[in-house]
Ligand binder design. Structure first.
Ligand SMILES: Cc1cc2nc3c(=O)[nH]c(=O)nc-3n(C[C@H](O)[C@H](O)[C@H](O)COP(=O)(O)OP(=O)(O)OC[C@H]3O[C@@H](n4cnc5c(N)ncnc54)[C@H](O)[C@@H]3O)c2cc1C
Length: 387
């Protein structure tokens, strides 16, 4: 078998890279180790911008529309951020991922499911496809094989700076308002946050990410958190666990090889969301791969265009996000109570509601500091946390 480009992993990011490489004129093989597309643990909350970026519009994958958030501090103070119109969607990953794969195939890519990349030798990719060993010759491999990327390992490329554990259930829950997600900060989820994302008026995805023991924290939250435990009706419909890579490695291209999506830790450190950022980077990877094949130059130097372009698109936002994430991870419950109380001012909430952007959080931070210089006092809380 021979292809210009092989994309390993048919998650949303792999499918998008395959679509763009195909559109650029390359012959593309997309492989997925599972027998079905869409196996990833995920809350499925994506911004309206992210859905646009994925180029599939509204469809059966939309489970709910979200216009804002209730944010709860450890002492139970709640603030409401109301975007007043749909700002995000909750998607069904199985249907969503499958649609993206379908778009890749429509663009010309070949797709093999239950096909696992098992090794890379002398420029050839070994695949076990439905029990059969295959050797594929290719000019470029795009590793879109997720957080535990084997392609990254084979190429000797670096890993994410940090990996968080995430756990989640779907369960019966007395949803406060179906148009709002709930976010819980503080020791309920050390190092990150917890959430309840409504699917219907009585069902939510309830979960958290943490630097350690996420499952213990989830069990504790469901049993004894003053807000969650009262609304959760002790009936889970599923359980999912996964990992979130934060902080992209220094390099993600090698000779004839690129990493993209979770495999390259292209994930927002403030929310753990990787669909928007991954899709955006995948398009660049696909375009660069096709152009490099056309030019007959698939060297690391040629493929560095991908690194340059994705970093100029979102590299700065991810590094500011990482700084915010690190600072937030060090706040105590008392610090969090102070921060939430400070934000409990109608003018401040208005600015957050107007300019809050889950894909580009640095924008609202800048707006807030310009409009309310007294918020700089909060930087004292962050500075103490970082000491
Ligand atoms: C608990 C949790 C909640 C999350 N919630 C959100 C959210 O609300 N919004 C959001 O934007 N993001 C969320 N994320 C992150 C999001 O799920 C990922 O960023 C996204 O799935 C990354 O897409 P990807 O295609 O890079 O990787 P993946 O979706 O992980 O896809 C990689 C694919 O590669 C396949 N694969 C791996 N190895 C091989 C191999 N050797 N051969 C063939 N195939 C292989 C895998 O089977 C998989 O299908 C969440 C993550 C977790 C853990």
């Amino acid at each position: 078998m021979e292809y210009d480009v092989v994309v390993v992993g048919a998650g949303p990011v792999g499918s998008m890279a395959a679509k763009y490489a195909s559109k650029g004129g390359a012959s593309v093989l997309l492989i997925e180790e599972h027998q079905e597309i869409g196996n990833k643990a995920c809350t499925g909350l994506i911004s309206t911008r992210a859905l646009d970026e994925c180029e599939i519009g509204l469809g059966r994958w939309i489970q709910n529309r979200i216009r804002g958030a209730f944010i709860y501090s450890p002492d139970g103070t709640g603030i409401t951020v109301d975007g007043k119109e749909t700002k995000a969607y909750v998607i069904d990953r199985k249907i969503f991922d499958r649609e993206l794969a379908r778009q890749a195939v429509k663009a010309g890519a070949d797709l093999l499911v239950k096909a696992k990349a098992t090794g890379l030798k002398n420029g050839k990719l070994n695949i076990i496809a439905q029990g059969e060993s295959l050797e594929v010759s290719t000019k470029i491999i795009i590793g879109a094989d997720g957080v535990s990327s084997r392609v990254a390992k084979w190429a000797g490329l670096g890993r994410a700076k940090k990996v968080l554990g995430g756990v989640q259930i779907e369960g019966l829950y007395d949803v406060r308002d179906q148009d709002f997600v709930e976010v819980f900060v503080g020791s309920v989820a050390p190092g990150f946050f917890a959430w309840a994302v409504p699917l219907e008026d009585d069902v939510a995805r309830i979960g958290l990410c943490a630097t350690a023991n996420p499952l213990q924290h989830l069990k504790k939250m469901l049993k004894s958190h003053p807000i969650v435990s009262k609304r959760y009706r002790n009936s889970r419909l599923n359980f999912e666990a996964g990992a979130i890579p934060l902080g992209p490695p220094e390099r993600m291209v090698a000779e004839g090889l690129m990493l993209v999506g979770d495999a390259a830790a292209q994930v927002k450190p403030t929310s753990g969301g990787g669909i928007y950022t991954g899709a955006l980077c995948a398009k660049i990877a696909g375009e660069v791969a096709a152009a490099a094949v056309k030019e007959g130059d698939t060297s690391a130097k040629r493929l560095a265009e991908y690194e340059k372009r994705w970093r100029s698109a979102i590299g700065r936002e991810l590094s500011i996000g990482m700084k915010i994430h690190e600072a937030m991870g060090k706040l105590s419950d008392v610090d969090y109570d102070k921060v939430v109380k400070t934000l409990e001012d109608p003018e401040i909430l208005d600015i957050i509601s107007q300019y809050g952007d889950m894909d580009y959080p640095s924008a609202v931070v800048k707006k807030l500091i310009l409009a309310k210089p007294r918020l700089l006092k909060l930087s004292g809380v962050f500075a103490r946390a970082l000491r």
